[in-house]
Design a protein around this ligand. Sequence first.
Ligand SMILES: [Zn+2]
Length: 391
Amino acid sequence: MHQTMNYQSYKEPQFDSGLVKHELLKQKISVIQSRKKFDVKVVGYSAQQCEIYLLTIGEGPTSVLLWSQMHGDEPTGTRAFFDLFNFLQADDEHNALRQLILANCTLHFIPMLNPDGAEMNERRNAQGIDINRDFLQQQSPEAHLLAQLHQKIKPDFGFNMHDQESLWSVEGTKQPASISLLAPPADNQAYVSPTRLKAIQLISAINEMLSTIIPGQIGKWSETFEPRAFGDNFQRLGTATLLIEAGGYLGDADRQYVRELNFNILFYALEQIATAGYQHQEATAYHQIPQNTKELFHVLIKNVHLHTPAGTIRVDIGLNHNNTFNAIALRQQALYTIQDVGDLSTYNAYQIIDAQGSKIEADLTLCSLANFTITDASNTTYCFQNGWLIL
Ligand SMILES: [Zn+2]
């Protein structure tokens, strides 16, 4: 069984909150370059002429290509890469595992494929293109670069690192999908080719490991074929490709816990590749991972007495929030909108408030900003004004 790591000793410092910008990435890469364990190259430029890097380490016959942040506003994979870089460069009691990975694999990392999107905190690149829908046309320089590198490296394995929104939950558990996995299909039938079978078995192994840490919080993305996406095409071209999505976890607004999960997934997967341990896994374990679904709100207020012209009715209110700049408070703050109203007893939420029959007279139009006040069982009052929670 795999070794447990003291994650904190590898966690890259000053990389915890807010956005991951290109300037910071450059600084961190120059430190890695000076330590001389990785081969560091600028392999291309974004639409706005930011450097895109390839970091290579290891001398093994199995080549692995790992890329992060092709969607600029999804930085968790990039953070986990730097934690993994620290692990790979260290000299400590895990040298045997490190050597095993580096003697069997050659690892190629592209941290932050989309620096312009990262700068703007947006999914798309500076030209407004979703890089993960640009495999066929390759009109964006970032998609063209990734396709070229893939052609040159011809990796045996591919890791496509993303973030998903915190409202994705796991079918059957109603828990947040803290990690979602997929071996992207290479055609409309989701045919299990020998290449795809490797990705499926590796995900089965990852799922087994993760299930001991976050049982019920691992989801599987839909197997719908997307002919324009990279994972689907790399799978078709003979690279066993895994999609790894970091999601929500209670109390993990900055996604530091799911970052640690990403780190665990990556070094465990690399160990499995190095030892070929994943080949003992059954494909059925992959197919049994429950689907991603949406049965979750950020906040669920139960048992509200709503005054309507036709009388008072009992309803639940589902609220979601976005982090938005509050011009009055002069800081980023959660802005709450009405997501659903009625019998929401089949849903779960990160926070459940029992309003115990609090009476409100409010406009609960869907998608409008929350504007009402309720009091819960412990006499805490929640006052929402124009979407802001006033404490
Ligand atoms: Zn994404």
